[in-house]
Design a protein around this ligand. Structure first.
Ligand SMILES: [Zn+2]
Length: 229
């Protein structure tokens, strides 16, 4: 295997780095997948794995060698290749991997190893250094296991593939989606984080520099419904 793609890493806050990895699906080449790294004190938590093992090694080196943080955990937000594709590299590096239990059920169906740890409560609070992270299962959407991750102190919402970019023109890969339930799940998520608020939303793919990602997701789902899928 050769290193075909290189990660793009962007700091967006003193505690948050976004990273974009790249991969191919069938005839679609060089697809971008957005994800994140949260740092606090000496600790780091990685949201999702890069697309492939070469990019995972690159990310781990960046966090350990450049940022000099200990990676406490990698949280997987659903069992598709753009989220879990390089889990083996994390496991080889003795980095614990965690997911909602439904992702452990889905992973073998897509030929991915299961994350080591599961959480069963749909609303689970974790900590990275001083920073609280909420892992929330909004219900079925892009997949039946998709979760979102939220950092209340930063009003930062990591939507993964459950949320489309504000610039996205299509609802994307719906092979494993529940398009009927998806809008209800988005509304549930909005209600969950209404009180603490959302300033930045990171979609699974495409530009995150748009404030209408959630709105656009609901709009695309509505259009999708009218097409009769
Ligand atoms: Zn997916």
């Amino acid at each position: 295997m050769y290193a075909q793609y290189t990660l793009k890493i962007t700091p967006v806050d003193s505690n948050i780095y976004l990273y974009t990895s790249y991969g191919d699906v069938g005839n679609y080449k060089n697809i971008d997948a957005n994800a994140a790294v949260i740092i606090s004190g000496n600790d780091a938590i990685i949201f999702d794995t890069p697309w492939d093992n070469a990019q995972a090694a690159e990310l781990i080196r960046f966090v350990q060698d450049s940022l000099k943080k200990t990676i406490q955990l990698c949280i997987i937000t659903h069992a598709h290749v753009d989220r879990i594709g390089s889990i083996e590299t994390f496991q080889k590096n003795n980095i614990p991997t965690l997911c909602y239990y439904k992702t452990s059920e889905e992973a073998p169906k897509h030929n991915h190893p299961k994350p080591e740890y599961n959480f069963y409560n749909r609303d689970t609070t974790l900590k990275c250094g001083d920073i609280e992270i909420i892992a929330y299962y909004p219900g079925a959407g892009h997949t039946i296991d998709n979760i979102v991750l939220y950092v209340p102190s930063k009003q930062f919402l990591y939507g993964g593939c459950f949320i489309k970019s504000g610039l996205s023109q299509s609802i994307g890969n719906i092979a494993d989606a529940d398009v009927t339930e998806w809008p209800n799940s988005v509304k549930r998520m909005q209600q969950r984080f209404e009180k603490t608020g959302v300033k930045m939303v990171i979609p699974g793919h495409g530009s995150w520099q748009s404030e209408i990602a959630i709105k656009n997701t609901l709009k695309l789902l509505k259009e999708d419904e009218s097409k009769g899928y």
